[in-house]
Design a protein around this ligand. Structure first.
Ligand code: ADP
Ligand code: NI
Length: 211
């Protein structure tokens, strides 16, 4: 992607990310972008499509928080309009839009293209490890969820039900390592998964009075 386009897209995305308290802020976008490019290079995916899709992947998030729209669907449509408007390479637009539309791992749909798989992997990896733990509690707080609730049962994950954050680990975050699409992401994911397990181990010990 040309430098001018990259600069322009970054500025556009930043204007959507101000003050997001739910872990979908600009630094999330920066991390996903870096991670997506790293995976794309190793897996042989189209770097331009992956880069632009990573920058734009969460532009729909505000509408989801404010109005309950699905951010992947809304963000895909918004990105398409935007890329056409700025005159971005038309041969790459569909690939970008599809990757954004399919990035949402909460929906359990495997992206069709390699670029979509890479974006989804980078986004899923940002929900794991130390950063994933921080984001989960930030999200829970922003949605008014408690840290933990001993009376709550872990069930099948429902993206439209906000439960205590510890339950969210059990319903979703601990399952992510088995959902990663690429070998490169699986290697990184396994280490982050182990770190989360250690954290939960310590957490349970502390709340039970064992430590
Ligand atoms: P999805 O792709 O399933 O839509 P999101 O992009 O909405 O996922 O959310 C991803 C991030 O938000 C993750 O870091 C995740 O831990 C956090 N998150 C989402 N739902 C919850 C929840 N109910 N409780 C705590 N954290 C959550
Ligand atoms: Ni997302």
């Amino acid at each position: 992607m040309g430098r001018e386009f990259e600069k322009q897209i970054r500025e556009y995305v930043r204007s959507y990310c101000v003050d997001d308290p739910s872990g979908h802020d600009w630094y999330h976008v920066e991390r996903v972008y870096k991670m997506a490019l790293k995976i794309a290079e190793k897996e042989g995916a189209d770097i331009t499509v992956v880069g632009v899709a990573a920058l734009l992947h969460d532009v729909g998030i505000k509408k989801e928080i404010e109005c309950g729209f699905d951010h992947s669907e809304y963000g895909a449509n918004l990105s398409k309009e935007y890329l056409l408007r700025i005159g971005f390479d038309p041969s790459k637009i569909e690939g970008v839009v599809e990757a954004i539309r399919e990035h949402r791992y909460g929906r359990h749909v495997k992206p069709k293209s390699l670029e979509g798989k890479v974006l989804q992997d980078a986004d899923m990896l940002d929900a794991l490890g130390a950063i994933g733990i921080a984001r989960a509690f930030a999200y829970g707080g922003a949605r008014g969820a408690p840290i933990y609730d001993p009376a709550e049962k872990a069930e099948a994950y429902d993206p439209f039900k906000v439960k205590s954050t510890i339950t969210h680990f059990r319903e979703k975050l601990l399952n992510i390592k088995d959902r990663l699409n690429t070998k490169t992401a699986r290697e990184i994911g396994l280490e982050r998964h182990r770190f989360m397990e250690q954290f939960l181990d310590e957490f349970y010990k502390e709340i039970s009075g064992e430590r």
